[in-house]
Design a protein around this ligand. Structure first.
Ligand code: ATP
Ligand code: MN
Length: 299
């Protein structure tokens, strides 16, 4: 009989512990979700540094945001070359289902990725626009705002893909050719957001801070700097109800009820759709020069 040389998946301890009082979901059920969704989530994790949001006491307990780790801390996880982020323990990368379950065993609920791959960490391969509703902004305004972002990106001939955050907002992702460094990409994403805030000031604000946001949507370009991360597609969120971040087709957005429409409890029917709404992403990676010129941005 052939003996598998592959390391077994890590055992999930305290599997029966409820991690979210709102849904009653246990640590074991969360790990089972990640095991099931592995084929869909791994393409978003592979090759990129990842940060973990750990919740040893579950949702509502203290959350730990972890970008680095030492050898042996998390079963199966890849530790990257320490030279990539000098002065810290190595950055982390999840390339396999085993590492994903290692993270789940380590009480990870959320997985946040960089906008660059670890092999070319100096050159981002996407821009992320995080659309956050300010106080008093309802979901319909969020939907409209995301469609406005889409229209602007379309005008700039930039491909755009949308996902629910699994929390309150939406994330818009623009896949890039690796061309510019962080300063240029972040600078240009800021120019895009400032253009939006100038053009539709009733809806958008480019400045952070809750006071600036009342009744408006903050489009956060700060997700586009070195070391910045955003919850990746299919990540569960460490919030009551355990929302899931799900890739959408733009046509689906008008009919969607909320950013936390899908949760660990009801994600089942969506798993078959998987990443198909984002199938065109890899093939649509774009250079930024033309869009920069259109907006009058000098890198
Ligand atoms: P929502 O739609 O509800 O706004 P979101 O995913 O867009 O959800 P948050 O969960 O508030 O927003 O994300 C906060 C941002 O800060 C993310 O980019 C995340 O990677 C980052 N982050 C979260 N916690 C920390 C931390 N302790 N230290 C540094 N960065 C963090
Ligand atoms: Mn957000």
């Amino acid at each position: 009989m052939a003996v598998s040389k592959k390391a077994p998946p890590p055992r999930i301890t305290h599997a029966e512990r409820v991690i979210d009082a709102a849904s009653g979901i246990t640590k074991g059920e969360l790990a089972a979700y990640y095991a099931t969704v592995a084929p869909s989530i791994l393409p978003h994790l592979q090759g990129r540094p990842v940060a973990l949001v750990r919740a040893p006491d579950g949702v509502g307990g203290e959350l730990f945001f972890q970008k680095h780790a030492r050898h042996g801390e998390i079963a199966g996880i890849k530790l990257l070359d320490p030279a990539l982020d000098p002065g810290h323990d190595p950055l982390l990368q999840i390339d396999t289902a085993r590492a994903l379950l290692g993270a789940a065993q380590f009480n990870t609920i959320e997985l946040h990725t960089w906008n660059a791959t670890s092999r070319a960490l100096g050159k981002p391969d996407r821009m992320t626009f995080d659309l956050d509703p300010g106080e008093g902004v309802d979901w319909q305004q969020m939907q409209e705002a995301a469609l406005l972002v889409h229209v602007l990106l379309d005008e700039l001939a930039l491909p755009a893909f949308v996902k629910t955050s699994g929390g309150k907002g939406l994330h818009v992702v623009v896949p890039l050719r690796r061309q510019f460094g962080w300063d240029e990409v972040r600078g240009f994403s800021r120019a895009i957001v400032e253009h939006l805030a100038r053009t539709v000031p009733a809806r958008f604000v480019a400045k952070s801070g809750p006071r600036n946001r009342v009744g408006r949507i903050f489009a956060d370009y700060l997700r586009n700097g070195f070391g910045a991360t955003t919850a990746c597609a299919w990540s569960v969120r460490a919030r009551p109800g355990l929302g899931v971040s799900v890739p959408l087709a733009w046509e689906e957005l008008p009919d969607l009820g909320s950013a936390a429409h899908w949760t660990v409890a009801n994600i089942g029917e969506r798993l078959a759709v998987g990443n198909t709404p984002w199938n065109a992403m890899e093939g649509s990676r774009t250079a930024l020069g033309a869009a920069m010129r259109m907006l009058g941005y000098l890198p």
